[in-house]
Design a binder for this molecule. Structure first.
Ligand SMILES: [Mn+2]
Length: 277
């Protein structure tokens, strides 16, 4: 049975609300679960029943330690917790980042992936975001770690720990600012997994889901990868539409008030800069 997974904490609840609202509009029945990024999950746990989603209470510090081994900055090590999905005994498991809005059903990708017999499915690839120039940059896909479908039991924690130690010999090639992305690609390369892209799985699907682009009519989701939730983000109107989907009038009013406050602050700052210039 397919499960769709997020990795989140209270710092990203705004993103989670929009992404899960949009997910439930196209996938009302599939199991949705969340891996806690860290201990800050009180607000998130309060919200999850809206989407019939659960948060897991697994011990996850060993995954943070993978990040420590390969030199990821302390505040970002929670990203490695998504790798726990590679060791689950049930599957398939589909992971998607919360800085997304889901535009189309995801089940067709999971079905096509199952039929393909592949180990892993990925979306956007961008080698320079995973590896500096060198052997790994030349031979890997450099996929973005914000989406994948993995079969059950692909690897386990002890294997990942061994690979993290092995990675030290090539870690100078890692774009470690992108945290888990180089390590995930390295693991894939070492393990020799059969990896497919969403374009290979469902022909016609655009390879790129980046938010900076115009939205393709058959694009499955939009991903604000590497972008913060900013007033001037691209396709903001789409994000706001899903952020407010199903919200009570009071919540909508609160959100709009926050927007107005942000706009005013920007204007004041802008005027202050002009005056001092
Ligand atoms: Mn992302």
């Amino acid at each position: 049975m397919l499960t769709i997974w997020y990795l989140a904490n209270d710092a990203v609840t705004e993103w989670v609300v929009a992404s899960m609202n949009s997910l439930r509009a196209v996938e009302p029945d599939v199991a949705v679960k969340v891996i806690p990024y860290d201990d800050r999950i009180e607000q998130l746990c309060h919200l999850l029943p809206r989407w019939n989603a659960d948060i897991v209470d697994w011990p996850l510090s060993d995954y943070d330690a993978l990040g420590e081994t390969v030199g990821a900055r302390p505040s970002a090590r929670g990203m490695f917790r998504k790798l726990a999905l590679l060791g689950l005994s049930d599957g398939p498991n589909l992971y998607i980042d919360s800085d997304t809005v889901i535009l189309r059903q995801l089940l067709p990708f999971a079905d096509a992936w199952s039929e393909s017999g592949a180990d892993l499915a990925v979306a956007d690839a961008d080698v320079p975001q995973a590896f500096h120039p060198g052997p790994l940059a030349q031979r890997t896909l450099g996929f973005n770690a914000g989406f994948f479908i993995a079969r059950a039991g692909l690897t386990d924690l002890s294997n990942l720990q061994t690979l993290a130690t092995d990675a030290l010999r090539v870690v100078d090639q890692f774009v470690i600012e992108n945290v888990d992305q180089p390590f995930f690609n390295f693991v894939c390369d070492e393990a020799g997994w059969d990896v497919r892209t969403i374009t290979q799985l469902v022909p016609g699907t655009p390879y790129c889901t980046w938010s900076e682009r115009a939205i393709d009519p058959v694009q499955p989701w939009i991903h604000w990868a590497g972008r913060s939730l900013a007033y001037d983000m691209s396709h903001r109107e789409l994000w706001v539409r899903w952020r407010l989907e199903g919200a009570a009038p009071a919540e909508k009013a609160r959100f709009r008030l926050g927007e107005t406050r942000t706009a005013l602050k920007r204007t004041v700052r802008h005027l202050a800069t002009r005056r001092s210039a």
